[in-house]
Design a protein around this ligand. Structure first.
Ligand code: PRP
Length: 209
């Protein structure tokens, strides 16, 4: 048998849903569930190996072909771009990119260049370029909601899931930017070399979504 198909999986939020999906497909994910601090885990009956990584690194490993497939959010795909196939919308990890400001703030009013704080500078740049709007974009690493509160930025482009973080910090969505969900991505060479296995796996997933 060939080496197992390696699947890079985004640690954290998407991990549980992916394991749930694999189990729904009939695969035994005990090793992943009882992983401790291990980062590479077998799913033996599927000839699959799960590699737990940070979202950006999932894309890096898949692009370089050291992982054949990956499960990653559309947010990371939009921000990083890259050369791989995006095959399936897995339907979980649903949230959205949105532009938010302090409640009642007139973002589109006035003439000055607006400042945007975000973890996703490329997504933000594209969004405002499409509008033909000049903005200054400041990269923030987390808790982006702080930036307008501290008067660093006029608005943020960030992930909104339940909306609780915005609400509890006196911010509100003024425009949706893009919907987000988890995607199955596949390395371009693996797609050729392990076509039958990957196709079979994708079909199984699509039947069980
Ligand atoms: C994300 C996002 C928002 C929050 C949205 O942050 O950046 O802050 O979740 O969720 P909600 O709409 O359900 O409140 P995350 O928890 O990943 O932390 P970080 O911002 O520190 O990276």
């Amino acid at each position: 048998m060939d080496r197992p198909i390696r699947m890079a999986l985004t640690k954290g939020r998407l991990e549980k849903d992916t394991v749930g999906l694999l189990e729904k497909l009939g695969f035994d994910c005990t090793a992943v569930r009882e992983k401790g601090r291990k980062l590479i885990l077998p799913v033996p009956d599927a000839n699959l190996e799960v590699v737990l990584a940070k979202a950006n690194d999932v894309i890096t490993y898949v692009e370089h072909g050291v992982c054949d497939m990956g499960v990653v959010g559309k947010d990371t795909i939009m921000e990083m771009d890259g050369r791989f196939y995006e095959l399936v919308d897995l339907g979980f990890g649903r949230c959205k990119f949105a532009l938010a400001t302090k409640k009642g703030y007139d973002f589109y009013g006035g003439y000055g260049i607006k400042t945007i704080a975000t973890k996703y500078p490329n997504v933000s740049r594209h969004f405002f370029e499409k509008k033909g709007m000049d903005t200054e974009i400041i990269k923030i690493e987390g808790s982006v909601e702080l930036a307008p509160l501290l008067e660093l930025a006029d608005g943020i482009v960030d992930i909104v899931e339940t909306g609780t973080t915005l609400k509890e910090n006196g911010l509100e969505v003024i425009e949706d930017v893009a919907p987000i969900s988890a995607r199955l991505i596949v390395n371009m060479v693996s797609m050729k070399l392990r076509h039958a296995e990957i196709e079979h796996f994708v079909e199984l997933i699509e039947k069980n979504l």
